[in-house]
Design a protein around this ligand. Structure first.
Ligand SMILES: CC(=O)N[C@H]1[C@@H](OP(=O)(O)OP(=O)(O)OC[C@H]2O[C@@H](n3ccc(=O)[nH]c3=O)[C@H](O)[C@@H]2O)O[C@H](CO)[C@@H](O)[C@@H]1O[C@H](C)C(=O)N[C@@H](C)C(=O)N[C@H](CCC(=O)O)C(=O)O
Ligand SMILES: Nc1ncnc2c1ncn2[C@@H]1O[C@H](COP(=O)(O)OP(=O)(O)OP(=O)(O)O)[C@@H](O)[C@H]1O
Ligand SMILES: N[C@H](CCC[C@H](N)C(=O)O)C(=O)O
Ligand SMILES: [Mg+2]
Length: 505
């Protein structure tokens, strides 16, 4: 294979190992031949003597303009995407795509850890965090030590590490995978966001299984069109089995065939395809779905065998999540009965349809629904069992796509008795302006509006009576509210508990 798989990032590495990856000219290969590398970094704040600096052009910072700084700080090899000149001994090579280069060099530097593990990559608009947790739970129950990379945290066995992005930058990912492999993690379930795929953050990861959940409107501020958004998701599937690792591990794509974009994905991958669905199509199917206030029942059918399933997870969208986790672990070789037993034991995932107990007999639900489709699904699930009123507290994030704002307001109004619009991470936008956009097309007297999220939640809870449901949507597990550029502590579950504690006084 021509590369050193046992390298672990602990020792210096010959830059010549990068020559093939970077497709360097003969001349450039000669220039880097005698260089030893102590680290790979794309961040001028992490430079060290002997490192390889990869210049990334981001939205706010162009690494190409800081190559001299890198050289002065001891970088021996500089990989740039624009012609640059420096003084000093560092060698500069130029490649067309430094994001891809960063991903591949980081992978190689850390000894290609993903090739040592079974990697499950999960993409789609909604369900990624839930599915990665289900996959991890099933494998843990089977006796494995697993890892998770995703929105809430990165997890190595029982150890949780904080994270900024759902899919971190390639250097962070590869370092983390190296740590997982060193700590005997055998399987890793990873959320792969569309933005990360476009930015090449997932290049250099040798995925074994790719899961597609669904595609509905999200992140249009970044992708501009739904078609671009689909193309981004499709990269996980077209790259499956096509990464530079060229391992012989069999590759599987687990695809939601009920979703029109899922059907289009089938032709985009060279991997084996396991389709799943609930509308009578798919190799893996859920039939006779029954949603109750205590969970979800269905019959799981795969290759002509049927198994009854009773999930504690609420909502038919969780049937899809369960099917995809089933498909991924079944193809990995686990027995259906064993997988189903694990799925049935899952109480829930934090911030996903999380019921907050209280002594007022109000069903309070904190849920991370922050897309139109997510919100609609959660409200549909609630309306399927709600006997009295449904209050919906919801907002839309600032500095993120604006198109979804009126749509989410509309969904809240049409699927609840009382809609209360509030803030959800306004970031650098004016919270009132976000609310104005949400309610632009709806009659003034049809909703309640309060940009103070705590007050909005208190309002809904104070109105709710025994038998009512209060949905607090958008923030789920988040324990902060970003106002301007400051993160303030804020936790929906905590606010609900505060309300009921205050109420007792
Ligand atoms: C829009 C976007 O994707 N932004 C990501 C991007 O930031 P950016 O383009 O502003 O980067 P930048 O600050 O210009 O820096 C460019 C390069 O210069 C380097 N740099 C920067 C500053 C400096 O002093 N020195 C330096 O060397 C940086 O390390 C980086 O390599 O690169 C950063 C480093 O990798 C990411 O953390 C950052 O994610 C921000 C925090 C973000 O909010 N991203 C969201 C939109 C996102 O990626 N979301 C997806 C999907 C979420 C989901 O649906 O679950 C995710 O995967 O998280
Ligand atoms: N399969 C699904 N289909 C539609 N909606 C879903 C599905 N699974 C979960 N949801 C809804 O979307 C919300 C987010 O779920 P989850 O965190 O699992 O998705 P995600 O894809 O990881 O989101 P993110 O892109 O923010 O990382 C849930 O709280 C629920 O309301
Ligand atoms: N993964 C999503 C999270 C949105 C969560 C919501 N609370 C918000 O801040 O808009 C994103 O980066 O768009
Ligand atoms: Mg997620």
């Amino acid at each position: 294979m021509g590369f050193n798989k046992t390298f672990t990032g602990d020792e210096d590495m010959k830059a010549a190992e990068f020559a093939e990856l970077l497709q360097l000219s003969h001349e450039d290969q000669k220039k880097i031949q005698d260089i030893e590398i102590t680290d790979v970094t794309q961040d001028t704040r992490q430079l060290s003597d002997g490192c390889c600096f990869v210049a990334i052009k981001g939205l706010h910072f162009n690494g190409n303009e800081h190559v001299q700084e890198a050289a002065d700080a001891g970088a021996r090899l500089i990989v740039a995407s624009e012609p640059v000149s420096i003084t000093g001994d560092a060698v500069v090579v130029t490649v067309p795509d430094t994001q891809k280069a960063l991903a591949q060099l980081s992978a190689r530097f850390f000894g290609d850890p993903s090739a040592e593990m079974t990697m499950f990559g999960v993409t789609g608009t909604n369900g990624k965090t839930t599915i990665t947790h289900l996959i991890s739970k099933i494998l843990d129950d089977h006796g494995s030590k697993t890892g998770i990379i995703g929105t809430m945290y990165n997890k190595i066995g029982d150890k949780k590490l904080p994270t900024i992005n759902t899919t971190p930058d390639p250097h962070t990912v590869q370092k983390l995978l190296r740590q997982m492999d060193d700590e005997d993690v055998m399987e890793c379930a990873m959320e792969v966001s569309s933005i990360a795929l476009v930015q090449g953050r997932a290049w250099g990861i040798d995925f074994d299984t790719a899961v597609f959940t669904n595609l509905t409107e999200d992140h249009l501020d970044f992708h501009k069109t739904v078609e671009n958004y689909f193309d981004a998701k499709a990269l996980l599937f077209s790259q499956l089995g096509n990464s530079y690792h060229k391992t012989s591990k069999p590759k599987t794509a687990v695809i939601n065939i009920d979703d029109p974009y899922g059907r289009r994905l089938i032709d985009k991958t060279a991997a084996n395809v396991l389709t799943y669905g609930t509308h009578g199509q798919g190799l893996l199917q859920a039939k006779n779905i029954q949603v109750t206030s205590h969970g979800t029942k269905f019959d799981l059918s795969i290759y002509g065998h049927e198994y009854p399933v009773h999930l504690k997870l609420m909502g038919d969208f969780n049937v899809y999540n369960a099917l995809s986790a089933f498909g991924a672990t079944y193809e990995h070789g686990l027995e259906p009965e064993e997988i189903i037993k694990s799925l049935e034991s899952v109480e829930g995932v934090r911030g996903r349809f999380q019921v907050v107990p209280n002594d007022q007999d109000v069903t309070v639900i904190v849920d991370y629904a922050h897309t139109p489709d997510g919100l609609k699904n959660v409200l549909n699930t609630i309306n399927a069992f709600a006997e009295k009123r449904v209050f919906c507290v919801v907002g839309c994030g600032g500095d993120r796509e604006t198109e979804k704002r009126p749509i989410m307001a509309d969904i809240a109004l049409n699927n609840s008795t009382d809609a209360i619009f509030t803030s959800d991470n306004p970031r650098t936008e004016d919270p009132e302006a976000i609310l104005d956009e949400m309610v632009a097309k709806v009659p003034k007297d049809s909703y309640t509006r309060n940009s103070d999220r705590r007050e909005a939640i208190y309002y809904a809870l104070s109105k709710a009576q025994a038998g009512d449901v209060v949905l607090i949507a958008g923030k789920g597990h988040e324990d902060y509210q970003i106002i301007g550029t400051t993160k303030h502590h804020f936790d929906d579950v905590e606010v609900v508990n505060d309300f009921y504690a205050d109420d007792e006084k």
